[in-house]
Write a protein that binds this ligand. Sequence first.
Ligand SMILES: NC(=O)N[C@H]1NC(=O)NC1=O
Length: 172
Amino acid sequence: MDISAVNALPYEDFVNIFGNVVEKCPLVSAAVWTRRPFVSLADLEAAINQFIDALPESGKEGILRCHPDLAGRDLHRGALTRESRQEQAGAGLDALRSDEASRVSRLNEEYKRRFGFPFVVCARAHDKASILRELSERCGNERAAERARGIQEVKKICRLRLQDLVRSDNKL
Ligand SMILES: NC(=O)N[C@H]1NC(=O)NC1=O
């Protein structure tokens, strides 16, 4: 799929294809559709990032709250989105030892209690050990810093998901 094919998509198809580049936030792709034509994939990514940056802090926190916990309930129930399942499995989060699983669960709960939104990290940029380290370190940050950090991670996840979609053999 090249950028001219992306630009030719009616909004229903655009939202179907790009609706989960920001986890469970199809509103983002529905909003940026009006920014066509995009000159490149990077331009589409920039439009998404600008939309996110223009949100009030409550909207940014809302985006974070749409993310499932890493190695959390949705993974165990088989309720993750396809993208999230692949990302979490790639970092080995679907195969934690029981001591690791209880540590992640305890830290995820501590993080959510402290900040009111879940810990978000781009799992594909990490492995199990570095995710555990980040989770534990970031629990000690301030709320505003964590909100900004979580949003940076959302953008990294989004970039990789966009690249997958445009690289894949997604015949339109
Ligand atoms: N909580 C969290 O970071 N979840 C996300 N991270 C990632 O790479 N995929 C996700 O679903």
